[in-house]
Design a protein around this ligand. Structure first.
Ligand SMILES: *Cc1c(COP(=O)(O)O)cnc(C)c1O
Length: 362
């Protein structure tokens, strides 16, 4: 059994992918160009936003969004400590300071009730993460941001296609970021990322920043980055985007198999009004060691996302946020367990994993 299998999905759409890749190879246009522009148009339409900009990774999408919104040295950005390190790393790399706010233990997402107390004179923005594919309470977060004059950048790396009400995540904030890393719900075959935005100014700025700050070739107006999306990845993504809703539907089906066969107390929560896209299927087990031992014994792979919350990692120790400061994130790190999960996994595999976990939890 595998934790994740990317090849099965490739095999299913291989003729389309291979055709798209060969088309790029014969085109002579390998970085940016018509494939990237086509993807930007199609993604903007899919996510329900006016504009999209392809960049080199999800991490760069965060960095460029922060830069485009004018966030820099001396500014504070509120985010969750229970996420992949890139979220907070991006804040640091523009010279700003992450301010970690604890999570809601029911959803693993940032707890909006704790955000207002963390707002100070230096706060410029909030980066909520739609973790594991579950939308964060984005309406409430946007209201708090409006009341306090803050920007919102949605980190949608794990949640492509998830919805709140009738709208896709990524269409709520001043900017939103996607990662196309191969394991993400919408993945390419290398690195890639995207910024979604309604703001014409943000759009203009990220387009300049991704190509060395140059409005015209060899005329740099600000120092930017080399963060262009390449045409091969864009062509792959143009093939995959029309399948994304179907992949996410399969993910929900697999999740329902787990839900029906695991004890109720450990299941991932899904608040009313949102569609979860299950980037990962993550349960909570206070006796995690016993469950891990049982899975190991049966040769079943698993993952722990994330074993150490960001405020306790060495890279962020200088912030001085010690152990005990963010208790729900710390408890989640001790209790979460992600089970084998991908759209093509078989029901038999899911039932086998569920039975081992259920027995271990008894
Ligand atoms: C994957 C991920 C990123 C970074 O994306 P890359 O494309 O790997 O740079 C950022 N935030 C979250 C929550 C992620 O899961």
């Amino acid at each position: 059994m595998k934790f994740l299998d990317l090849v099965e999905q490739y095999r299913e759409i291989q003729p389309e992918i291979d055709g798209a890749v060969l088309g790029v190879l014969g085109s002579g246009q390998y970085v940016l160009g018509p494939e990237v522009e086509g993807l930007e148009r199609e993604a903007a339409e899919y996510f329900g936003v006016p504009r999209a900009v392809g960049v080199a990774s999800g991490t760069d999408a965060l960095i460029l969004s922060l830069r485009a919104l004018g966030v820099g040295p001396g500014d504070e950005v509120i985010t969750t400590p229970f996420t992949f390190v890139a979220t907070a790393e991006a804040i640091r790399s523009v010279g700003a300071t992450p301010v970690f706010v604890d999570i809601d233990p029911g959803t693993f997402n940032i707890d909006p009730r704790l955000i207002t107390a963390a707002v100070g004179p230096g706060t410029k923005a909030i980066i909520p993460v739609h973790l594991f594919g579950l939308p964060a309470p984005i309406d409430e977060i946007c209201r708090i941001a409006r009341d306090n004059g803050l920007f919102v950048i949605e980190d949608c790396a794990q949640a492509a296609g998830a919805t709140t009400g009738s709208k896709k995540v990524g269409s709520f904030g001043d900017a939103a970021t996607l990662s196309f890393f191969p394991t993400k719900n919408l993945g390419c075959y290398g690195d890639g990322g995207m910024i979604l935005t309604g703001g014409e100014e943000v759009w203009e700025r990220v387009r300049v920043l991704r190509a060395h700050g140059a409005r015209e070739k060899y005329q740099s107006s600000i120092s930017g980055y080399n963060s262009r999306l390449d045409a091969l990845q864009a062509a792959v993504l143009r093939v995959k985007l029309p399948h994304l809703d179907r992949y996410n539907e399969k993910r929900r089906q697999v999740a329902s198999w787990y839900d029906e066969n695991l004890p109720a107390g450990c299941l991932p929560a899904v608040p009313d009004g949102v569609a979860h896209v299950y980037h990962l299927y993550t349960i909570r087990c206070p006796s995690r060691d016993a469950v891990q031992d049982a899975l190991r014994e049966e040769g079943i792979p698993f993952g722990v996302y994330y074993p150490v919350p960001l405020h306790l990692q060495e890279a962020f120790r200088d912030l001085g946020v010690g152990e005990g400061s963010l208790p729900e994130s710390e408890r989640a790190s001790r209790e979460v367990l992600s089970l084998p999960f991908y759209p093509e996994i078989s029901r038999d595999d899911v039932l086998r994993v569920a039975s081992v976990v259920t027995d271990a939890l008894k």
